[in-house]
Write a protein that binds this ligand. Sequence first.
Ligand SMILES: Cc1ncc(COP(=O)(O)O)c(C=O)c1O
Length: 437
Amino acid sequence: MSDQNLIVRRKRALAPSYQLFYDEPVQLVRGEGVWVYDASGRRYLDCYNNVPSVGHAHPRVIAALAEQSGLINTHTRYLHSKVVELAERLGDMLPGDLGVCYFVCTGTEANDLAMQIARVVTGNHGAIVTERSYHGNSDLVGRLSTDTYPASERPDWLAVVEPPNVYRGPYTDAASYAREVSRGIDGLAERGHSPAAMLIDTSWDSNGVLVAPNGYVAQSAAIVRSAGGLVIADEVQAGYCRLGTHFWGHTRYELVPDVVTIGKPMGAGHPVAAVVTTPSIAAEFARHRNYFNTFGGNPVSAAVALAVLDVIDEEQLLENATSTGQLFGDRLGELANRHAVIGAVQGSGLFWGLDLVAGRDTKEPIAYADAKRLATSLRRRGILTGVTGRYTNVLKLRPPLVFQPEHLDVLIAELDDLLGNFELKGGDDNRALGAEW
Ligand SMILES: Cc1ncc(COP(=O)(O)O)c(C=O)c1O
C-alpha cells in the first residue's frame, strides 16, 4: 500500500483530531530492537519511542503474550496467579508502603483513577499541575493536561504552576519554584477549593524535558501535603529506567509519593497500565467506591508486563540507561559546543531534549515550523525523533531502553551534519496546542 494512498484513506476514515508525525509521514510495518522498517524496507533508527521499552518486537515479550493468549484470557474477577505476581513485584520495587495495585489499560485511565482516589480520600477537589502539562485525555485528565486546550477554559479547581525550567526560568532555584506551588494553592483557596493532589511527571516531558533543581520535588510535596493533598507521581514517561540511575523518576528525586501511575513502557507496546498506592489509601477509597476494569489486569497483559520486567533485569537495561545515558549527555554537550542553535541540553538517561534557539543571548525559541522541519530532515536521514516543549522548539530524543553507544554514534553523526547545514526560516505557527508526547 503506497503512503499517499494510505494518507488519503486515513484522512477520510479517521477523525481529523488525529495527527501524523513529520511533513512526510512514515508507514512503519516492522521493528526489531531500536530499528524500525517502512513499507519499502527502509530502516530507521528509532530515537523517539519509549513505548516499545525493551525494544521493538522483543521475542521474550512476544512469547509471553502468545503463550498466555493460547491458554486463557479473563479478568480480575477470577483468580489468576500472574496478576497477583505482577502486583507483588511492582509493590516490591516501590518505596515506602506503596504496594496495592489497580490495573488499567492506559496512562489516562491510571491518572483518572488516581485523581478519583485523591478526591475521595482527601475530600478535596482541587488539582495542581505544571504549565503545558500532559497527563492524558479523559474528561477529567484532559483538564489536567494544560497542553491540550486554551487557558481560558481552565476549571476553577485547577492550579497551574511554573515547571522547574532552570534554563528558561523564571527561576533557577528549588525554593522559588516550590513557592509557585504555594501560590497555586492560595489561588485555589481564593476560588473555594483545597488540593486533592498534585501530579508530578519527573521527566517534565511536555514542558520540554527538564531536570528540576535539587529539593524542588520534596519541597513541593511537603507543601501539597500540608494543604491536605496527595502527591501523585505520574511515571508514564519517567518510570521504567527512562531517566537512568533509578527505575522510577520519583526515587531519583527522593520522593515517596502517595500514588504512582504507570503506563506506556510497562507492556513494551501492549496496552497495560497501573495505579499503585498504600494499603490505607486503597482501603479508604474502597469504603466509598467499587472498582472494576474489564481489560485492566487480564492474564495476557499481566504475562506481558512480567516479561518486560524480566527483560529489564536480565538485559540490565537500567545499567544501560545509566551508562549509555551518560554518554548521550556528553555527546549532546559536544554538539552544543559546535552548534549555537542548541541553547540547552536537558535530560538524563535515555531521555533528552535539545532546547533550540534563534539566538543564545535572547534564548528566543526557534519557530515550530523550523523544529518540525528539523525532525522531518532527520526522518529523511533515517532517524526518528520528535518535537516537544512549551514553545514546541525542543527536539526530543527518547529511544527504546536497548539503545547502545553504537546507535548514539549514528544519531550524533547525522545531527551534527544536519545542524551544520540547517537554516532557520521561521514561521508563524510558533505554538500549536498539544505537541507530541
Ligand atoms: C506523562 C504522561 N502521563 C500520562 C499520559 C497518558 O497516557 P496514555 O496515552 O496511555 O493515555 C501520557 C501520554 O503521553 C504522558 O506523557
